[in-house]
Design a protein around this ligand. Structure first.
Ligand code: ZN
Length: 194
């Protein structure tokens, strides 16, 4: 089932997510929610989705990046962003630890701020600790674009949107981004917006 993705202005996007207990995680309702989030993310398609974006208060996010999504991007941009495909990850009660604070400066967007993008500095390396959808503990280190997605999604679960962290002068619609900035590397982005 495809879920409605809430847009900025919906109060749930500003709420702290609720810790998911083992019994809540095992419930049919929560397992269905996760399945529907996956279906919704792939339908858009997007690379990350938090439960708050589909109206649920639970502390759950999902992420996935596919090579097919990289087609419009230049190889040198993908390389600079540290963007590589990775398989679906379902993260329950995720916690982040910043490992490398030196920020990477790139544009990002959000399915809840439809039609716009902006430059957000993000740590280049983080460790996430969470459980999977079956309650099994998981932990891994993410770099580059995967680290960016993780920081974006975990922010959602704390009621934070990227527009809270965006360099305001870089905020623009997708059309201008695609026409003017999609192929830009970090030095050019920094020169104009940092
Ligand atoms: Zn988002």
């Amino acid at each position: 089932m495809l879920l409605k993705i809430h847009q900025a202005g919906q109060p749930i996007l500003r709420k702290q997510a609720k810790t998911v207990t083992e019994s809540v995680l095992r419930s049919r309702e929560t397992q269905d929610l996760i399945d529907h989030m996956i279906e919704t993310l792939r339908d858009v398609p997007g690379v990350g989705l938090s439960a708050s974006q589909v109206g649920s208060p639970l502390n759950i996010c999902i992420m996935e990046d596919k090579a097919a999504y990289h087609k419009p991007l230049l190889p040198e941009v993908l390389m600079a962003q540290g963007r590589k495909e990775f398989s679906l990850k379902v993260l329950v009660n995720p916690r982040l630890e910043i490992i490398e604070t030196e920020p990477e400066i790139f544009f990002e967007g959000c399915l809840s701020v439809e039609g716009y993008v902006g430059v957000v500095p993000r740590a280049s390396k983080v460790r996430v600790t969470a459980t999977d959808r079956h309650g099994e503990a998981l932990s891994f280190v993410a770099k580059g674009w995967q680290a960016r997605i993780l920081q974006h999604e975990v922010d959602h679960l704390h009621g934070i949107l990227y527009i809270d962290k965006v360099r305001l002068s870089s905020f623009m619609n997708i059309k201008n981004f695609n026409n003017l900035w999609r192929d830009a590397l970090q030095p050019k982005i920094e020169k104009h917006f940092i």
